[in-house]
Design a protein around this ligand. Structure first.
Ligand SMILES: *Cc1c(COP(=O)(O)O)cnc(C)c1O
Length: 370
C-alpha cells in the first residue's frame, strides 16, 4: 500500500472499486432489501463453505440467535459454550431463556476442551457451541459424537475447512474475512432447519402453501406460526458480500502469507509463542507477561505510540459481570485464564504489506529487549 507508516489496526476490511460498484448497482435497482441479491449471496456462501444452504441475516450475533432457535433452545435449556469467545456465543442462548454452561479451552490454542464438555454434559444439555477460535478448527467430530446438536460459531473461520456438521454461523463484520458492513449467516444441510431459519428472520412468517396450517384464501395470505424477529440482511449488504466472497481465496492466502512471515520472524524469539490457525482471522501471540515482570497494557501502549494497534481476544466470558451475576465462576476455567493472560492479537488483514509485519515484529522485539 503506501510507504507512510499509517496506523495499523489489529484488523480491518479491504474494499476495492468493484465492491463499491456492486453496492451502487443495488442502490439504483428496485430492491434495497429482500431482493434477488440476497439469494445470490446465499448461494455463493453455501458453495464457499460446502453447505446445502445458507440463510443471510443482519449479523453474526443474529445468526447465533437464529441457530439457537433452530435447534429448539427454550427456557431452562443448557447449552455448552467455551469460556473464551466473543460474548455473542453465550448471549444467543440467553435470548431464548436458556443457560450457557461454560467449559474450559486449551490454553495454547483457545479451542474448546472436549474432556470438559464431557464432564459438563447433563440431561438438560440441548446443544454445544464450539468456536473456531482465530480460524483454527475445533474438534467438531468428537463433540458431535456426544449426541447433541452442534452450532459451530465459525465467525473466525471463513476459508478454513469447517465440517458440515449441524449448523455453522458466520459474521461479515469489517474485521472478519469478508465484509458486508454488518451481516451474518447460518449454513447447514437440513431442509427443515433452513425453513425454520427463513421464518425466524422474518417474524415467524410462512408463505409456502405446502407448510401453511390453514387453507390459503388467496395470494395475500401468510401465517405467523411462531415468534420470530426482523433479522433480514439488506441487498446493499448482500451485494457487498457477493463481491467480497469472490475474493475469499485471495484474502485467505494473503492472511496465511502474512502469518507465515510473522511466524518466521518470531520463531527464534524465546519470549513469544505463536498460535497456529487455518483461516487466520487473528494472529495471536502468547507472551508470559508474569514471567517477564512487565504488563501487557504497557506493551499495547508502546505499540500504539508507534502506530500499531493490538487487541486481546478475549476476556473469559465467565468474568463478565452479567454472567457473574448468574453465578459464573471464572476461577474454574484455568485454561481460559491462561489463554487470556498471555494472548495478544497483532495486526492481520489482507491489505497489509510484508513490511508492515516487519515493522510490528521490530517494535515488539525492541520492547522485549528494553
Ligand atoms: C464477530 C463474532 C461474533 C458476532 O458477530 P457480529 O457480526 O459482530 O454480530 C460472534 N462470535 C465470534 C467468535 C465473533 O468473532
Amino acid at each position: 500500500m503506501s510507504t507512510e507508516p499509517d496506523f495499523l489496526p489489529y484488523g480491518r476490511q479491504l474494499i476495492e472499486a468493484d465492491d463499491i460498484d456492486a453496492v451502487v448497482e443495488v442502490l439504483r435497482s428496485d430492491y434495497l432489501t429482500t431482493g434477488p441479491t440476497i439469494g445470490r449471496f446465499e448461494t455463493a456462501l453455501a458453495e464457499a463453505v460446502e453447505a446445502e444452504w445458507a440463510v443471510a441475516v443482519t449479523s453474526g450475533t443474529a445468526a447465533l440467535h437464529a441457530a439457537c432457535d433452530a435447534v429448539g433452545i427454550e427456557v431452562g435449556d443448557e447449552v455448552i459454550v467455551p469460556a473464551i469467545s466473543f460474548v455473542a456465543s453465550a448471549n444467543c442462548v440467553r435470548y431464548l431463556g436458556g443457560e450457557p454452561v461454560f467449559v474450559d479451552v486449551d490454553p495454547d490454542t483457545g479451542l474448546i476442551d472436549v474432556e470438559d464438555v464431557k464432564a459438563k454434559l447433563s440431561p438438560r444439555t440441548k446443544a454445544i457451541v464450539p468456536v473456531h477460535m482465530t480460524g483454527a478448527v475445533a474438534d467438531v467430530d468428537a463433540l458431535s459424537a456426544l449426541g447433541r446438536p452442534i452450532i459451530q460459531d465459525a465467525a473466525h473461520a471463513l476459508g478454513a475447512k469447517v465440517p458440515c456438521t449441524g449448523l455453522a454461523t458466520w459474521s461479515f463484520h469489517p474485521v472478519k474475512h469478508v465484509c458486508t458492513g454488518e451481516g451474518g449467516a447460518i449454513t447447514g444441510v437440513d431442509p427443515a432447519q433452513e425453513r425454520r431459519l427463513r421464518a425466524f428472520r422474518n417474524h415467524g412468517l410462512v408463505r409456502d402453501p405446502e407448510h401453511l396450517r390453514h387453507p390459503s384464501p388467496g395470494p395475500w395470505y401468510y401465517e405467523q406460526q411462531f415468534l420470530g424477529h426482523n433479522l433480514r440482511m439488506t441487498d446493499l449488504s448482500a451485494a457487498l458480500g457477493v463481491s467480497q466472497l469472490a475474493k475469499l481465496g485471495r484474502f485467505v492466502d494473503r492472511r496465511r502469507a502474512l502469518a507465515a512471515r510473522y511466524g518466521q520472524l518470531l520463531q527464534d524469539v524465546p519470549q513469544v509463542q505463536t498460535v497456529a490457525s487455518s483461516a487466520y482471522h487473528l494472529y495471536v501471540v502468547q507472551i508470559d507477561f508474569e514471567a517477564l515482570g512487565r504488563g501487557r497494557a504497557e506493551l499495547m501502549a508502546y505499540l500504539r505510540d508507534r502506530g500499531i494497534g493490538t487487541q486481546v481476544h478475549y476476556i473469559p466470558i465467565p468474568m463478565q459481570p452479567y454472567y457473574q451475576d448468574r453465578d459464573a465462576d471464572a476461577a474454574s476455567f484455568p485454561g481460559a485464564l491462561r489463554w487470556y493472560q498471555r494472548s495478544l492479537s497483532l495486526p492481520l488483514f489482507p491489505a497489509m504489506d510484508d513490511s508492515d509485519v516487519d515493522r510490528v515484529v521490530d517494535h515488539l522485539m525492541r520492547w522485549l529487549e528494553n
